[in-house]
Design a protein around this ligand. Sequence first.
Ligand SMILES: C[S@@+](CC[C@H](N)C(=O)[O-])C[C@H]1O[C@@H](n2cnc3c(N)ncnc32)[C@H](O)[C@@H]1O
Length: 226
Amino acid sequence: MTNPQQPHGPLRSFGRLKSRPVKPRQQALLDSLLPTIAVPHEAFQPRDLMPDAKETWLEIGFGGGEHMAAQAGRRPDVLVIGAEPFVNGVASAVRHVEEQALSNVRIHEGDARDVVGWLPDASIDRLFVMFPDPWHKARHNKRRIIQPEFVADLARVLKPGAAFRFATDWADYAEWTIERMLASPAFRFAEDGIDRQAIPADHVTTRYEEKKLGDCAPVFLDFVRA
Ligand SMILES: C[S@@+](CC[C@H](N)C(=O)[O-])C[C@H]1O[C@@H](n2cnc3c(N)ncnc32)[C@H](O)[C@@H]1O
């Protein structure tokens, strides 16, 4: 039966990313700080979260949050929304927010597809999907976050000209993503004919990336919303 709260289907946890018990100090920080920086669990306007923000960026599946926090720290004038269902990752991200005294980060502890569903049309200036769960076995490919329906949802929430960076260290997922993104008339590569394994100047190494679990060097796909 379809759950009206989850029109996209349930979240599937990948491998070792299942939750561990949260340490008491982390739990205390989660309890005190997360409610103050959580996004509403319903349709919302990003400008209501940070009225003076020049742009709104979204990171899907931020893991430990180091990339999200570093990007937010570089651009305090930008509202950075992150979504991650893994409680240990959210606890880590909240710690980064506290330690770096970031006032421009908002977090959804849960499925990014819900956040995308709540966002207004053309409301996001920049999107990151960094090293998403690869689901590299053929029978699991259907669990990948990049699916034609999700690409259509991203096309709706990204502003014309918005940038979308996707990174993976699984060669087949890079090909999968290129195929599905460029099948949509809403997306094109930001640049043609470049080395997609060159590390972008503004990239921040992620925890998953450091583990080198994939079958190739990281591939960075920078798309633009047409
Ligand atoms: C392989 S990890 C990479 C984490 C991080 N981006 C990094 O590079 O270190 C993928 C992350 O995506 C999260 N994830 C999976 N499905 C998601 C969804 N539907 N919405 C938000 N996050 C999701 C997982 O919990 C996991 O933390």
